[in-house]
Design a protein around this ligand. Structure first.
Ligand SMILES: *Cc1c(COP(=O)(O)O)cnc(C)c1O
Length: 424
């Protein structure tokens, strides 16, 4: 390796400085092998005779990644007709898709029924509407009841979804009556119970707690003479964003050890056999991707600011969830960290801070920064705020790079806008 290359961050064996030159910045770069290893880790940990893995598309809906996950046998958790369409294009079979959401329109429900996917029902209102839609189409639809299990993971409040106060799910104590209503409604086939308690969960004991509660409900469903096909315990497994967390963050194996004994014991007690569904998003894609961004300015003010060409329009997690991402000066990896810097984006908001108070090597205009572990809720939450076209995405594998999403152009900002004739 030359001395120049020695200074450069390698990602999946590729020089990221070269990638930035070839494709421009900002740029999301995903490592295919990491993605593959992560989904295989789930598959190998949870035997496929018991468990189906439904990847949560909202974490990262790039079609190339979905195709790869589909080829690994993953199903999908979708939240909209748009995400459903992506999974169809990726070739994920309808019987492995669950349509989620707390606010589905008639069009959403129609799309779900026509596509033959299962629907996770979030309210009684929705249940009745779904039955009406299914009747109209003359088709049956399998459903799960989204349960609010009332458990509290210690995560950022914006990503805790199983609290009593959360907007998601049917209150725990109402679930049995709702199941009974579902059984009576025409064209509705009760097939599962579903919960999803939150995201970026590092203390996984809450998964045990949620499994206990869900399996207790399963028992009550069977006591009332109803039957199920599956229990879906959602996603939410956290990943190590901080270097120090990487070794201790829970793995799919830890998750399996927490939930499988509870799940299997209840099935034995009841003498039944159900499928377990899991819906990981972040723990499948999070660590597979970096965001490359060019340094536009260094400013020594109240703080030492490093201003980069990616703002919260491309990565909103630091702003929205106070999320931490490691930052690397990608063209100076052989240099000692020597100064404290705050890395900020190019959006016109003082809150547009990517990384606070980080020790980095001396940074200069033109340097390249890599923000790590940005595969989940990165591009998928991006916007065109401040009139900035979204960036490109590249997939790397064994020394090869493929563009998997083109950079948007200024025309893309304008495309759907219309000026009333009277203004012209
Ligand atoms: C967001 C979401 C997931 C995925 O969560 P991760 O934390 O990314 O694993 C799974 N299921 C449902 C219902 C969700 O809303």
């Amino acid at each position: 390796m030359t001395e120049e290359e020695n200074k450069h961050l390698l990602f999946s064996g590729m020089d990221v400085v070269e990638l930035a030159e070839r494709y421009g910045t900002p740029l999301y770069v995903t490592d295919e092998n990491t993605l593959k290893a992560n989904i295989r880790n789930y598959k190998n940990t949870f035997s496929s005779t018991i468990t189906d893995i439904y990847y949560a598309v909202k974490a990262n809906g790039n079609l190339a990644l979905l195709k790869l996950l589909a080829s690994e046998g993953a199903g999908a958790d979708v939240f909209s007709a748009g995400e459903l369409e992506l999974t169809k294009l990726a070739g994920i079979p309808a019987e492995k898709i669950l349509f989620n959401g707390n606010s589905k329109s008639d069009d959403d429900l129609k799309e779900a029924v026509e596509s033959g996917v299962r629907v996770s029902v979030d309210s009684v209102d929705e249940l009745r509407a779904l039955s009406a839609v299914a009747n109209e189409l003359g088709r049956e639809v399998e459903i799960a009841i989204r349960v609010n299990p009332d458990v509290s993971p210690e995560v950022h409040p914006k990503i805790a979804t199983g609290l009593k106060e959360s907007k998601f799910g049917i209150p725990f104590h109402d679930v049995i009556p709702v199941c009974e209503e579902a059984e009576k409604l025409p064209n509705i086939l009760l097939a599962g119970l579903h919960c999803h308690i939150g995201s970026q969960i590092l203390d996984i004991t809450v998964f045990g707690e949620a499994t206990e509660k869900m399996m207790a409900l399963v028992g009550r469903v069977y006591e009332r003479g109803m039957q199920l096909k599956f229990v879906d315990l959602g996603g939410g497994l956290g990943i190590g964003y901080r270097q120090a967390e990487k070794a201790t963050a829970p793995t799919p194996k830890d998750l399996a050890e927490m939930i499988l004994p509870v799940f299997e014991k209840k099935m034995r007690d009841l003498g039944i056999s159900l499928k377990l569904v899991l819906e990981p998003g972040r723990s499948v894609v999070g660590a597979s991707t970096i965001l490359l961004s060019r340094v536009n300015a260094i400013k020594r003010a109240n703080k030492n600011f490093v201003a980069i060409d990616a703002g919260f329009n491309l990565l909103i997690r630091p702003v929205m969830y106070d999320a931490y991402h490691e930052v690397v000066v990608a063209n100076k990896v052989n240099e000692q960290a020597s100064e404290l810097y705050t890395v900020v984006g190019n959006v016109c908001e003082s809150g547009d801070i990517m990384a606070k108070d980080r020790m980095l090597p001396k940074v200069e205009r033109g340097d390249l920064v890599a923000i790590l572990d940005t595969g989940a809720y990165g591009f998928s939450m991006s916007s065109q705020y401040n009139g900035r076209p979204r960036c490109a995405e590249v997939l790397v594998c064994n020394g090869k790079a493929d563009l998997i999403r083109s950079r948007e152009s200024i025309e893309d900002l304008i495309r759907n806008q219309k000026i009333p004739a009277r203004f012209i």
